[in-house]
Design a protein around this ligand. Structure first.
Ligand SMILES: Nc1ncnc2c1ncn2[C@@H]1O[C@H](COP(=O)(O)OP(=O)(O)OP(=O)(O)O)[C@@H](O)[C@H]1O
Length: 473
């Protein structure tokens, strides 16, 4: 059986992108049946699979500002997987690169999501760590592709970015999964600005330093960043829109709203088979996965951006982080002889340790401007992205949990049930007093917990947010 109907394993252990689907809804139906069949044990347990980093290129349209400066389009896409630049003055051959997919159209969002992001999210739902990483020169369209700035996350429009489409897909699938599993979804949203990590969801009250940590069980994780439990698309959209507002942005010559930081939105999903579900011994009892959605700050040259002072300093640290990322990619693609991978050279590379060379299925979205005036940065982005394509990650389904975790989970659940019993008891006493005429009805406010008011929401409770045992990350 294939791992995913829209992805075929190749002889080299890599994978091809499926042909373009007619629309995302059709693919979504395919994924439902895969999701349930892949929940079955056997094929994945204790299995590690090789997974090549997939790379797609998005060539955005020529902007009015570029046209006004006399720029013309020089980036070509002779096929759906090839991108080509003309030869430099002194050369005769064009520069030609192969990728998993090339999008050269005005609004690639819907098609790109159906073809390359959705299959990745199906793996996330099956308990695999996954990453979508937007890379490119400043002003090349990364933020537009990810949808991490200025636009509403819940518009359902053609211009929706990867983040809002992904959240919608996950919530749609949770409706099906919840028939058998208790599911919790936690979101964190941070930015790395001038090599400092900032919590975009924080209220600024916490003084605990945000640190990158590693553990054998959880892999790389961020300590002291808020992890917010979300129950609906609306809740997630409101949260991420609020986070976007806090992101560091400034204008320069190449982009009116340039992101001055790397933004990382992380979604963590835990699924526990309900004890009451009559399902065969084959079913996975527990799945845990994380999805990183990364909008990197753009590489830039101070001469072209015209930045000075604070913005110049930001540009220097942005480039440093991207250089460290480039060094990691370089080290990973040097072959098996290379033992040391310089993950520790920057916070960005430490956080992305799982995504590049570790336990994650990863998609890089390389964004380029078509303008001839951006020839050199575009060539450099395509070379960078092309190298990333030969990275082989080793992925496994995260389906293990320790007895300590189970105890912590059951304890949290018991505490929550006890609190609910106590609350109901006091309401009962209040009602009894009312019947005896001892209390005026105006003084009574009956507050039932969310999952009693709405049985369909059962399974997600606030105590899950405090459940942080070691796990299979
Ligand atoms: N596919 C697209 N179609 C139309 N306009 C686009 C597209 N991609 C980007 N743009 C426009 O190009 C400009 C730059 O895009 P964006 O801000 O996403 O770049 P960026 O790579 O995130 O830049 P930076 O690294 O400076 O933050 C914006 O005005 C955006 O609206």
């Amino acid at each position: 059986m294939g791992l995913c109907a829209s992805k075929q394993q190749t002889a080299g252990g890599g994978s091809k992108v499926a042909p373009a689907g007619k629309d995302s809804d059709q693919l979504s139906l395919q994924t439902d049946s895969q999701t349930s069949s892949l929940r079955v044990k056997g094929e994945f347990s204790a299995l590690q699979l090789k997974s090549a980093v997939k790379v797609v290129v998005v060539v955005r349209p020529l902007l009015d500002a570029e046209k006004a400066k006399g720029a013309t389009a020089c980036v070509e896409a002779p096929s759906t997987t090839v991108v080509q630049l003309p030869p430099r003055r002194d050369a005769s051959e064009p520069y030609r690169f192969d990728f998993d997919r090339v999008y050269k159209m005005s609004n690639p969002g819907r098609q790109m999501f159906a073809e390359v992001v959705q299959p990745l999210l199906s793996r996330f739902i099956q308990g695999f760590n996954t990453t979508v990483l937007a890379y490119g020169q400043t002003g090349s369209g990364k933020t537009f592709a990810m949808g991490t700035m200025g636009r509403q996350l819940s518009t359902f429009g053609e211009a929706d970015g990867i983040i809002s489409r992904s959240m919608r897909f996950i919530f749609d699938h949770m409706k099906v999964i919840r028939q058998q599993y208790d599911v919790s979804l936690k979101v964190s949203f941070i930015e790395i600005h001038q090599d400092d990590i900032r919590d975009l969801l924080g209220d600024g009250a916490s003084t605990a330093p945000i640190q990158v940590r590693e553990s054998p069980e959880r892999g790389t994780y961020i300590e002291n960043a808020q992890e917010v439990l979300v129950h609906s698309m609306d809740e997630a959209a409101r949260l991420l829109e609020a986070g976007n507002m806090h992101r560091a942005v400034a204008a320069h010559n190449l982009n009116e709203h340039s992101s001055r930081s790397h933004a990382i939105c992380t979604v963590q999903m835990e699924q526990r088979l309900r004890p009451s579900v009559p399902i065969g011994p084959e079913a996975q009892r527990f799945l845990r996965s994380k999805l990183h959605l990364v909008d990197l700050a753009g590489s830039e040259r101070a001469k072209e951006t015209g930045t000075t002072g604070q913005q110049f300093a930001e540009g220097v640290t942005i480039n440093k982080g991207l250089l460290a990322l480039g060094n990691v990619i370089g080290a990973l693609t040097e072959g098996s002889g290379r033992k040391h991978i310089p993950y520790r050279d920057s916070k960005l590379t430490r956080i992305l340790q799982d995504s590049l060379g570790g336990n994650s299925e990863t998609l890089m979205v390389a964004c380029v401007s078509p303008a001839n005036t951006n020839f050199e940065p575009t060539l450099s982005t395509l070379r960078y992205a092309s190298r990333a394509r030969s990275i082989q990650n080793r992925v496994k389904q995260n389906n293990k949990y320790s007895p300590e975790e189970e105890i912590a989970y059951l304890r949290a659940e018991l505490e929550e049930k006890n609190a609910m019993v106590a609350k109901l008891q006091s309401q009962l006493e209040m009602a009894a007093s009312l019947m005896k005429g001892a209390v005026s009805p105006d003084n009574i406010k009956l507050v039932l917990p969310q999952h009693i008011r709405s049985p369909s929401a059962a399974g997600i409770t606030s105590t899950r947010a405090s459940f942080t045992g070691s796990g299979a990350f």
